[in-house]
Design a protein around this ligand. Structure first.
Ligand code: ADP
Ligand code: MG
Length: 500
């Protein structure tokens, strides 16, 4: 590695302390790994290298344009703050593609230069299609380069939860159609896809994930090869795995999917990921493989996805799961209670208590499950039978949850701070560095749109600022969201996390 200067003369103050940049970089990578987790780190940072630091600018490189744009749009602030914490003089980060503008650096494994030009996603699309259609002449060389290193990610998806089966899924009016469709698809053998994709949407806790897992189990039992993925997993692992597999392994894997199940697609975001998603979807559907997805909204409302992907998703069968009616809630509840009694034979809940709970908790299945856990905790701790009265106090907060969730300014500040890797007190402080100003403004904006607080009140809660400062922040973020799709997605995601 060639370093143009030490941190001291490269920094803005020139304070004379010679910091060992390589060592600092090593610590930065360790911190990123610890904070983001092994999967995320392996997907995006394992091949990030420090080229040099000079004039306060740290130049980092990655082997592909895709990695560069993903890091830039999702992690630039984070890398910068982390770097700064280790080496104060760093004021800016630049990410380049190795072999493009920076002096060429042979890839350690192959000795071949990494693919640095041409839209990677296109090459990948070709590969995806070819993988399903049979060998194509170009493919091997086109996606051969980046491999190895991705040993930690694979194409196997997430495990299925053994409890979430068709047997434990209670069918009622509101979910009958979704259930029937999922069952047809799971048990369908060999006639090709029926409705493709099957798109199930519903509010939180209404059984989407349960149904998807159930379909997965049933299809596996029928000997079909199933991959279940959440949007997260798709974004952080799957796409990367697709990119880094050798062409051969990659083809084998894609050929091996009979049923792809993708949960919570509303979280899929980012331009390149979306492109990958579109290609994967097209390739699978066009070759008659079944795809099932779930989302918290209908396809038309997936604002983060572009029109073509949306219409592809809407092109099969779209079914909604409605709210659970009282009959369904009662059945789900007794099924849960019966399941719990298997491991806690002394746990008795009278029909009165059951029907009280089924009437009180109207929102969703998740809260019903929460209620059962609380009743169990109560019974185990006190050793007393559960009465309607004790049940009432045990589930009080769940009952309250029926009202639309009120978001607290404090929670907004905490979430935004952690997302941008600053502390809540930084947000409340007077500091005006970019690393703090942006999250502060986003938090103010979210406070305005997610709470009923007035501007002066929000100002007070942000370290006693004036209401005009809040107004300025709100307008600014509004404007930036309009201009910057990445920021828009980011803020949308924060909103959803707060409201969930
Ligand atoms: P979603 O994915 O729609 O947010 P989940 O599938 O995670 O909801 O369901 C939340 C909880 O409610 C789970 O414990 C699930 O087993 C239960 N549940 C929801 N609907 C049903 C149903 N029809 N039958 C049995 N359990 C259900
Ligand atoms: Mg779910």
């Amino acid at each position: 590695m060639h370093l143009d200067g030490s941190m001291a003369d490269g920094g803005n103050g020139g304070d004379g302390r010679g910091v060992d940049v390589s060592a600092a970089w090593g610590r930065v990578k360790r911190r990123l790994r610890a904070e983001l987790g092994e999967d995320v780190f392996a997907s995006w940072f394992a091949r990030l290298e420090l080229e040099d630091v000079s004039g306060g600018v740290a130049r980092l490189t990655v082997p592909t344009r895709f990695l560069k744009s993903w890091i830039e749009s999702h992690y630039l602030d984070r890398v910068l703050t982390t770097f700064r914490a280790e080496a104060e003089g760093v004021g800016r980060i630049e990410v380049g593609v190795r072999g493009a503008s920076a002096p060429a650096r042979p890839a350690p494994t192959s000795g071949k230069p990494s693919p640095t030009s041409g839209p990677l996603t296109r090459l990948h699309a070709t590969a995806t299609q070819a993988a399903l259609q049979g060998p194509g002449p170009m493919v091997e060389t086109e996606i051969a380069a980046p491999r190895g290193e991705a040993g930690t990610v694979d194409l196997n998806g997430a495990p299925l939860d053994a409890r979430l089966t068709f047997a434990s899924f209670v069918v009622g009016r509101s979910n009958a159609l979704a259930h029937a469709a999922a069952e047809r698809i799971a048990r369908n053998d060999g006639e090709g896809a029926l409705y493709n994709p099957l798109y199930v949407h519903a509010g939180v806790g209404l059984g989407k994930t349960h149904l998807l897992h159930a379909a997965g189990h049933a299809a596996r039992e029928a000997g079909r090869r199933v991959i279940y993925l959440t949007a997260d997993r798709f974004m952080y692992g799957f796409v990367n795995a697709l990119k880094t597999q050798s062409a051969l392994a990659f083809k084998e894997k894609l050929r091996a999917i009979d049923l792809l199940i993708l949960d919570d697609v509303q979280f899929i975001q980012g331009k390149s990921i979306q492109t990958e998603f579109g290609h994967t979807l097209n390739a699978l559907i066009d070759s008659g493989r079944q795809v099932v997805v779930a989302s918290d909204r209908p396809p038309t409302e997936l604002e983060t996805l572009d029109e073509r992907v949306r219409s592809r998703l809407a092109g099969g069968l779209v079914v909604e799961i409605g709210n659970l009616d009282e009959g369904l809630r009662t059945s789900i509840l007794s099924a849960r209670l019966a399941a719990v009694r298997q491991s806690h034979p002394n746990f008795e809940v009278s029909p009165q208590v059951s029907s009280y709970v089924a009437r009180a908790i109207t929102a969703n299945g998740r809260d019903l499950e929460g209620a059962v856990n609380r009743l169990l905790a109560h019974a185990t701790l006190t050793g007393a039978p559960v009465t309607v009265e004790t049940a009432e106090s045990a589930i009080r907060d769940l009952v309250k949850n029926r009202e639309p969730k009120r978001v607290k300014i404090e929670d907004i500040q905490k979430l935004v701070a952690s997302r941008y890797n600053v502390s809540r007190s930084d947000i409340l402080s007077e500091r005006r560095t970019a690393a703090v100003v942006k999250p502060r403004q986003i938090a103010m904006y979210l406070s305005k749109v997610l709470t009923l607080r007035s501007l002066p009140e929000i100002g007070r809660r942000f370290g006693g600022r004036d209401h005009t400062t809040v107004l300025h922040a709100v307008r600014k973020i509004e404007k930036q969201i309009g201009e910057d799709a990445v920021l828009g997605d980011e803020v949308e995601l924060l909103k959803r996390m707060l409201q969930d």
